[in-house]
Design a protein around this ligand. Sequence first.
Ligand SMILES: *Cc1c(COP(=O)(O)O)cnc(C)c1O
Length: 361
Amino acid sequence: MNEVFNFSAGPAMLPKEVMQKAQGEFTNWRDLQCSVMEVSHRGKDFIEIAAKAEQDLRDLLSIPSNYHVLFTHGGGRGQFAAVPLNISKSEDTSLHLVSGSWSKGAVAEANKYNNAVVIGEVTDKEGMHFVPQPSLANIDQSAAYYHFCPNETVDGIAFDWLPESGDVPLVSDMSSTILSQPLDVAKHGIIYAGAQKNIGPSGLSVVIVREDLVGYARKETPSIFDYGLAAKADSMYNTPPTFSWYLAGLVFEWLKDMGGVDAMAKRNAEKASLLYSAIDSSDFYSSKVHPHNRSKMNVPFHLANTDLNELFLKQSQEAGLLALKGHRSVGGMRASIYNAMSVEGVLALVEFMREFERVNG
Ligand SMILES: *Cc1c(COP(=O)(O)O)cnc(C)c1O
């Protein structure tokens, strides 16, 4: 069989080099005759790689020194609750830009803890999904924070502008886009990401939070979600997901070897352009997302003849192109092409799509 390419939205593929390194030291890590997942998180060996992972992430994203980097439990959804519990009071307002299903989910969770207000929402333009930019005049400057998601994993909707918020701290759910391109951390109050899309295995989430927002958790905040406790304990208030943290560290090393986020941004733009060109150049396939808002990470596309969906999925899998089924709420296909996906993988998909159209079109 040819090489297999995995287009899963998450948990997603990891770089082969990283997996092979982990495999090579799986049962005998650092000559300790045991696995990294079998040692204490408080031992010198683990603390060393945990600190290196943080430093590498700081280097990759040029994270300013007045930001904490936290490695926590609870995934992306954990932060839907942790953010309001840490930086708002129950009588406060939080502002939300809803660009797709994840940012919508964040509203519902925030609403349990504060007064969540939607200030902008994805709409239709020329028959396609489009994200309008809320104007600064509509931003309540007394709000506790302004939440948005620049890349919607399910819908394949993205935007590259930073919302204008005045003095209200921006909170960004970057679960499916972090490390895919350069990022101005200093313009944000909080950036968070579940690991299983672009960082490493599930079970870990990364929170980058500005110092002045830490230390205000509500009394009822579960201790494991309290940014202040996490920061004070170097993310080891309780046992962290050690194996996920270790593997994330290997991914950060791989990213540095690959030339960092600038090199990744180039490669990701090339991959996305190959795939969208293939979709746009044929009436057999279509995208429902406006060209201004097309994600470079998650690319949903639809067959004009939906009767062919099952055959497309069956034959693509046989061709070694895995996990192309779209999310159940969107239908059609979705190819997730995170950092770990090679240009070759996208070329193989495009080639398959052309051949499938030739035979069935
Ligand atoms: C996957 C995802 C989440 C949820 O992550 P969990 O780790 O499953 O809680 C939240 N936001 C975005 C943008 C995601 O892609």
